[in-house]
Design a protein around this ligand. Structure first.
Ligand code: ASP
Length: 340
């Protein structure tokens, strides 16, 4: 039996066209996409496509749109074997992370893809990305999906979505997954790294749509002033803060900094320590410059990316009952988003 795959176009370069007047790239009508790839009709897959009524450049992404995507998967979950979400690359890692948390007990593939060049252009990378993403979403073995998690497929590689980071605005290979192996590589054959794939959920899919955006990121840099830190900590309704630290989770040891953070934590703020480095992890207490964090109750984020940390905090704040549960969830790997 042919696999059924649902293509959901949310926006992004892959379906954009140049505005004749301004020369700017703008999301185009989804119909355009299938016109550009007649090969899609020849697939050994039963393909259906839907488009968001207002496709967006993914730089306009928001939790409300994540909910729309999760709801689209939920509404079609029993009718399809897999899902391909066409999405701009700019915030694709954030969306893949958010969906990985929101789609609880997922047991089918949800593959995000897009392109650096619009699908209508001669040198587009969109065609291969789309065709292979569909193949992965349709792949089954002994009647079961090969992949059962939220992934990004881009430039011949399949990644765990919540481990990725867009690192290149120019190259076709735009994503990296520095702290987790690639899930599959597309060459002459599609080779899956079976040991790295997530086990499918065993319970019914549950879509969690309560996301709390009352979070902030404070990026450390030499010379950061008390004014800046204070302004962030005094943000109205702030419930959780990501501190993007140096190296293995280090920051300035100046007294004003330690005192401000300590006060915020005793006032109920949840603080998650995420490294600015692309690879490697936070190890609070390894250096003297992170010892204070450990003492005051900052949570070490191990090797989580900032993208996954943003999505996880919104999900955890929306889901958990009380600070204890929030902290427990942050210290655990919920969807393979960090190494513990
Ligand atoms: N700005 C575009 C977006 O993220 C870039 C892309 O599609 O890759 O929507």
């Amino acid at each position: 039996m042919k696999s059924k795959v649902l293509l959901i176009y949310t926006g992004g370069t892959i379906g954009m066209m140049q505005d004749a007047k301004t020369g700017q790239l703008k999301p185009f009508d989804f119909k355009h996409l299938t016109e550009q790839i007649p090969e899609l009709n020849k697939f050994e897959v039963e393909l259906s496509a839907v488009s968001f009524s207002k496709p967006i450049d993914s730089s306009d992404m928001s939790p409300a749109v994540w909910i729309e995507m999760a709801e689209a998967v939920k509404a079609n979950y029993t009718k399809y074997d897999g899902f391909v979400i066409l999405h701009g690359s700019d915030t694709m890692s954030f969306t893949a992370s958010a969906l990985s948390f929101m789609l609880e007990n997922l047991s089918k593939p949800v593959i995000l893809t897009g392109s650096q060049l619009p699908i209508g252009t001669i040198r587009t990378d969109g065609k291969e990305n789309l065709i292979t993403a569909i193949e992965i979403a349709a792949a089954k073995e002994k009647g079961k999906p090969v992949v059962s998690e939220v992934c990004i497929y881009f430039e011949y590689q399949l990644y765990r979505g919540n481990r990725t980071h867009k690192y290149n605005a120019e190259h076709f290979q735009a994503f990296q997954s520095p702290n987790y192996p690639i899930l599959a590589e597309a060459g002459v054959h599609l080779k899956y790294n079976r040991a790295a794939l997530m086990k499918p959920g065993t319970k019914k899919l549950n879509v969690q749509t309560k996301l709390d955006p009352n979070i902030a990121i404070l990026k450390m840099y030499p010379g950061i002033s008390e004014n800046v830190v204070d302004a962030v900590l005094k943000t109205k309704n702030l419930k959780a803060l990501i501190i993007e630290t140096f190296g293995a989770g280090n920051a300035t040891t100046q007294q004003w900094f330690t005192d401000s953070l300590k006060e915020a934590i005793s006032g109920g703020l949840v603080v998650l320590n995420v490294t600015q480095c692309n690879a490697g992890k936070v190890e609070q207490g390894k250096y003297a410059t992170s010892a204070a964090f450990k003492k005051m109750g900052v949570i070490g984020g191990s090797d989580i990316t900032t993208e996954a940390a943003v999505a996880k905090l919104m999900y955890v704040l929306g889901t958990a009952k009380g600070k204890k549960e929030i902290e427990k969830m942050l210290r655990s790997s919920l969807r393979g988003e960090m190494s513990i």
